[in-house]
Structures are given as structure tokens and as C-alpha cells.
Design a protein around this ligand. Structure first.
Ligand code: ARG
Length: 467
């Protein structure tokens, strides 16, 4: 008879009840109940496998599966009573199963430990969540590619050092974002593939003496295979670290994207207008329309980077195999997933509704002397060494700055004062459109190259959705 009134599932060897504060301090049910669905799926697979192996009878299996189904409906209906006295999601569900079906419920935990159970649940949870995250990301990518297509011919200044550098296509700029997000997609897919192995059967750490079929458990749960090593199965959380790392890179990308949108949407730049429904007003300044969504996403990147640090620190001192430290993996994993998913959702909704101010973009490209490199290249084609051409164009730009005149607006005689080789044909290279169209190679900003890149980007996205 258990001496520990507070925990009937493991109280046998205890001579006093758990301290009330310690019980609350060590309980995880408040957060790990998010894995209830995965816990039930894992238990059903385990019971099914035990019956196949003759460890449970078919009628015992059916009673367990029926009880677990009922628990799932109680949880869905909000009538399930969660108790911190039962510590975590696993023991809450198991204790309820015993309440519902009696003695047979006590057989579910045969050949299993919470150590392999929790390792299975969190992998299942992350796998489900990764799929949802990848869908939001694909939706954002589709929006970016569509926007790139609409604005393939739109000229804007490309920047280095936040100074107007060379004219580029707005669509080309959108596709740069898509490349980053495409790599995030691939990293998420690789993370999913690596974590998709089933720890069930590792039990506490050493495996079990029951004749389990670990391959069957794995396949019932859609895992690619059982984990190789029982110790590693219950102690490894590097899949969580990998996820936080991949999520951190994705959030870093969204944060950079946000920074640009905040600049572009500002009253000083006016490159784009973010739809009202993604902005908020000021309680004191009636004229304000603040880009809150990108600002918040930029800010939220910090908590995801923090979770990566938490998880690395959580693991670094742990001896093999399972330690209670690992219970601390849940909240960082959940918050990382929630933050990334919500940020992607907000961006996927917002991007298609961005309105592009083509006139402001063109004016910025023209005002920034962004065709200076084109003039230098023109001089080189007329036989002038590049270093001398650079110097000549520098003088022309200085004149333009002093007289507030763009290179394309200078009369031919003025241009010829900088170099006699300049002819009337120079104006073809001085327009921002001409400059943009001349970068006409794979990966370049010429609108026809942008359109070709859009076709490739769409094909990649479709191939990955079909996987
Ligand atoms: N709540 C625990 C966790 O999240 C479950 C595993 C507990 N195992 C144990 N031996 N105490 O890691």
C-alpha cells in the first residue's frame, strides 16, 4: 500500500508524502498537457504493439484503446480534470485510464517508462507543429513570389551601406527574401526528418525485458524507424536544439525583413504602404499609422534566440541518460514554435496586401545616382581603364550633387567636360530601367531574369509540397 498519498502511480517506496511546494515545483502538467493528443496516440500504439506481441490480450487492448478514446473526448470537451498531484500529462492520463477501466488500465505502462514516453510525445508534437509551420512558410513564400511577379518591372534603388547603390527590380528584392525563406524551409524539413525516429521501447534507459516490437511501434506512429540506442533515446534533446536553431535563423530573416518594411513604410521613405489592418494608431498623435506587425516580429526574434540559449544550457551538463532537467525543454520548444508560427502567419497575411509606391521607388533610384557604375562601364567600353573611369564618374557625380542634377539629366556638352569619349549613346545606359535591364544573367536583376527566377521558385515550392 502506497505511503505517498499524493502519488499512487509511484508512491510505493515512499514513507511520507511529497512536500506541497515541491509537488507544485516539480509538476509539469500546466504546460505539458499541450501534448495530450500525442500522449494518447503514443499510448494507443504501445498498447496495440503489446497485444500483437502477446503481452496484452486483445480484450485488454480494446479496453485500453476505448478508455483512451474516452479520455481524448473528455479533453476535447474540456471536462477532463487536470491535477498537479498527478505531476504531468502522462500520469494524469494514465491515472484517469485506471479510474475509467480499472485493473486493466494498470497494464498500459508495461515495458514502458515516462522517459521513453515523454521523448516520444515531444517528438510527435514537434513533428505535427513543424508541418504546420512549413505550411505557413510556404504560404508566405507564395505571397512573396506573387508580389515579385507583379513588380518585376518596378525599379528601386538597391542598397549597400543603406546608400543607393544600383537600380534593381523590386521583384528581385522580394525574391532575395524568398531565397532565405526557401533555405529555412529546407532546414525545417531536415530537422523533421532527423527527429522522426521512435524512442518507444527504450523504457527508462536500458530497454526492457518484454518482447517488444519497436519497429511496429515506430510504424504505427508514422516514425521512419526506432531510435538506435536506448540511452540516447531517453536523453537526447538535440532535435529540440536543432529546431530552436532553425527557428532562430528563420526569425532572424523575418526580423531583417521587418526592419526593411519599417523603413519602407516610414513617412520619410514611403516606398510601400502597409495595409491599415496590419498597423495601429497612436493614442496621442492622430496622424500616426504604426507598422506594429513588423516591429513586433523584429522584437519577438529575441525570445526565440533566448530559447536556443536555454536549451543549449539545459543540455550541456547532463550525464547520460534521462534527468529531470529535461522537463525544462517543453516551454522553450512550445514558445519557439508558437512565436515562429504566429510571425509567419502574420507575414503570410500581410505580404500580399503590401501596396508598392512605384513612383517613390523610381525617384529614389534616380536621386541616388544609382547608374554611376553604368556610366563607368560605358567609359570602359570606350577604352578607358576602369580606375580612370571611376574617377571621371566621381567628378560627374560631384557636379550632380552640387547642381542637384541626375546624370541622365545632364546635357551632352556637360557630360563631355568630364570625358571627351562620351557620346549621345550614353543616355541609353544612364536610365535606371536601362541599367536594371542590362544585368541580364542567371541570378541578375533584369526583369526577364526575375521572371525566370520566379518560374524556378514556383517549381521548387510545388516539388516540396508534393513530398
Ligand atoms: N514530466 C517529465 C518530463 O517532462 C516526464 C518524465 C519523467 N520521468 C522521470 N523519471 N521522472 O521530462
Amino acid at each position: 500500500m502506497s505511503q505517498n498519498a499524493s502519488n499512487a502511480l509511484w508512491g510505493g517506496r515512499f514513507s511520507e508524502s511529497t512536500d506541497a511546494f515541491v509537488q507544485a515545483f516539480t509538476a509539469s502538467v500546466e504546460f505539458d498537457k499541450r501534448m495530450a493528443d500525442q500522449d494518447i496516440r503514443g499510448s494507443k500504439a504501445h498498447a496495440t504493439m503489446l497485444a500483437t506481441q502477446g503481452v496484452l490480450t486483445e480484450s485488454e487492448r480494446d479496453a485500453i484503446l476505448g478508455g483512451l478514446d474516452q479520455i481524448a473526448s473528455e479533453i476535447a470537451a474540456g471536462t477532463f480534470t487536470w491535477s498537479i498531484a498527478r505531476e504531468d500529462v502522462h500520469m494524469n492520463i494514465e491515472a484517469r485510464l485506471i479510474e475509467l477501466i480499472g485493473e486493466t488500465g494498470k497494464k498500459l505502462h508495461t515495458g514502458r517508462s515516462r522517459n521513453d514516453q515523454v521523448a516520444t510525445d515531444i517528438r510527435l508534437w514537434l513533428r505535427d507543429t513543424l508541418d504546420a509551420i512549413r505550411e505557413e512558410l510556404a504560404r508566405l513564400q507564395t505571397g512573396l513570389i506573387d508580389l515579385a511577379e507583379r513588380e518585376a518591372d518596378t525599379v528601386m534603388p538597391g542598397f549597400t551601406h543603406l546608400q543607393a547603390a544600383q537600380p534593381i527590380s523590386f521583384g528581385h528584392h522580394m525574391l532575395a527574401w524568398n531565397e532565405m525563406l526557401q533555405r529555412d524551409q529546407e532546414r525545417l524539413a531536415q530537422c523533421r526528418a532527423r527527429l522522426n525516429e521512435c524512442p518507444l521501447g527504450a523504457a527508462a534507459l536500458a530497454g526492457t525485458s518484454y518482447p517488444l516490437d519497436r519497429h511496429l511501434s515506430a510504424s504505427l506512429l508514422g516514425f521512419s524507424k526506432p531510435t538506435e540506442n536506448s540511452l540516447d533515446s531517453v536523453s537526447d534533446r538535440d532535435f529540440a536544439i536543432e529546431f530552436a536553431s532553425v527557428a532562430s535563423i528563420a526569425m532572424m530573416h523575418l526580423s531583417r525583413f521587418s526592419e526593411e518594411l519599417v523603413n519602407w513604410n516610414s513617412t520619410a521613405w514611403q516606398f510601400v504602404d502597409l495595409p491599415d489592418r496590419f498597423c495601429t494608431g497612436s493614442s496621442i498623435m492622430p496622424q500616426k499609422k504604426n507598422p506594429d506587425v513588423p516591429e513586433l516580429v523584429r522584437g519577438k526574434s529575441g525570445r526565440v534566440f533566448g530559447h536556443l540559449m536555454s536549451l543549449l544550457t539545459l543540455m550541456k551538463g547532463q550525464p547520460l541518460a534521462y534527468n529531470k532537467d529535461n522537463q525544462e525543454d517543453k516551454e522553450p520548444i512550445f514558445d519557439t514554435a508558437d512565436t515562429l508560427r504566429q510571425s509567419l502567419r502574420a507575414f503570410a497575411d500581410m505580404v500580399p496586401a503590401i501596396s508598392v509606391n512605384r513612383a517613390a521607388l523610381k525617384a529614389a533610384a534616380v536621386n541616388g545616382f544609382s547608374t554611376a557604375t553604368d556610366l563607368a562601364d560605358y567609359l570602359v567600353r570606350k577604352g578607358i581603364p576602369f580606375r580612370d573611369a571611376h574617377e571621371i564618374v566621381g567628378q560627374a557625380v560631384a557636379h550632380g550633387v552640387a547642381t542637384q542634377t541626375d546624370l541622365a539629366a545632364m546635357p551632352l556638352p556637360t557630360l563631355q567636360t568630364f570625358s571627351p569619349v562620351i557620346d549621345a549613346d550614353v543616355y541609353a545606359v544612364l536610365t535606371v530601367e536601362g541599367s536594371m535591364a542590362s544585368r541580364d544573367h542567371f541570378g541578375g536583376t533584369a526583369p526577364n531574369q526575375v521572371r525566370a527566377a520566379i518560374t524556378r521558385a514556383r517549381a521548387r515550392l510545388a516539388a516540396q509540397a508534393a513530398q
